[in-house]
Design a protein around this ligand. Sequence first.
Ligand code: ADP
Length: 422
Amino acid sequence: MTLLLGCIADDFTGATDLAGMLVRAGMRTVQMIGVPETPVPPDVDAVVIALKSRTTPADDAVRESLAALKWLQAAGCHQVYFKYCSTFDSTDAGNIGPVTDALMRALNTRFTIACPAFPENKRTIFKGYLFVGDVLLSESGMRDHPLTPMKDANLVRVLQRQTDRKVGLISHDTVRSGPNAIVSRMDSLRSEGIEIAIVDATSNEDLMRIGAACTGLPLVTAGSGIALGLPQNFRKTGLLKQEATADQLSFPQGLRAVISGSCSVATQAQVADYIDEGRPAFAVDPLRLAAGADVVGEALEWATPLLRDATPLIYATASPDSVKMVQTQLGAERAGALVEQTLSAIAQGLVERGVRQLVVAGGETSGAVVAALGVKGLHIGPQIDPGVPWTMSLGEPSLALALKSGNFGTVDFFTKAWRNLP
Ligand code: ADP
């Protein structure tokens, strides 16, 4: 068993996004939650280790990333991929620069690229400037991000403020000329003492060219886009099989349920659509939780007789006004934690009652549910909607899980997901 690509992602949904891209490109991929304590599962081409290191102090991010690297090296992986957000979310203190530095040092390499481009999602780079849709990063909503406000769109400058290594640029005219031109540009940058190159990319073709040029690099740092271009390298050397059947998993059979703790606009519409269709739904009221009511018991008692013939939805999803009212009374953090604990306990109860196929809406909610169920890793399966694949948990009992972050998915997601489960 050879692990081809070992990835370190700086957050959970980013890890899922990358894993989905790799599967799409034909690599059998597992996403591990945190630095794994168990060996690599069999029949896997790529592992994505999901950390929470995007906005933690740089020292912590470095420590965690190096621990992840150690595990990947022990697994004998051929190439390492550091995945960050396609909007290059970071501050002058890090964490993209410090983590890249530490990984380069540990891998004993003097050159890597940095390319957050993801043209399908309208993140393109030209002359080192990152565009979000039609505007510069610094003119996009990211300029007001609460944790990582991006006020400079020039990635060479942004990254240079985070590292002592010299940062350079591989510009679009070089990229357009193909992999050989990119490799010779890498060589000339190296001879100028440049150790990290921002790379322009405006299309999937560019990502394929850049991917091909990265074949000899021990470390690649990027958004999820470049993942499209790497599997071809492993195919060429015969390490990866030709067929693209990476998403074929044998999902467990069993009862079904939906849990929703997301209050995002898309999820609100999905919950409303499910109820409008006349399907069974149970609302969790945070104020009753705070008053000590046994909502977990009530929800399970309600759901149990329905499970055989229907797919019950248990939701805390509410309108902005209602959330605001709850947060004013309980505090945002307490309300969030109460709801997450409750939905996690309900998920545990449902699994005890034979549920083996579960849709969960909400990034934080998914994290809490997965932790409560003791899930340490996920095989990545077929895509339901962009950014949301079906997954199959490692360990026992095996569960089919669709973990949807807030604004993902079409309005009929809670019914469509089941139609897409093989
Ligand atoms: P998203 O992916 O949409 O951001 P998350 O699960 O990450 O969803 O975050 C939603 C947060 O809101 C969670 O902490 C959840 O517990 C909390 N929450 C859910 N429903 C309510 C509610 N009715 N009132 C207050 N907070 C809520």
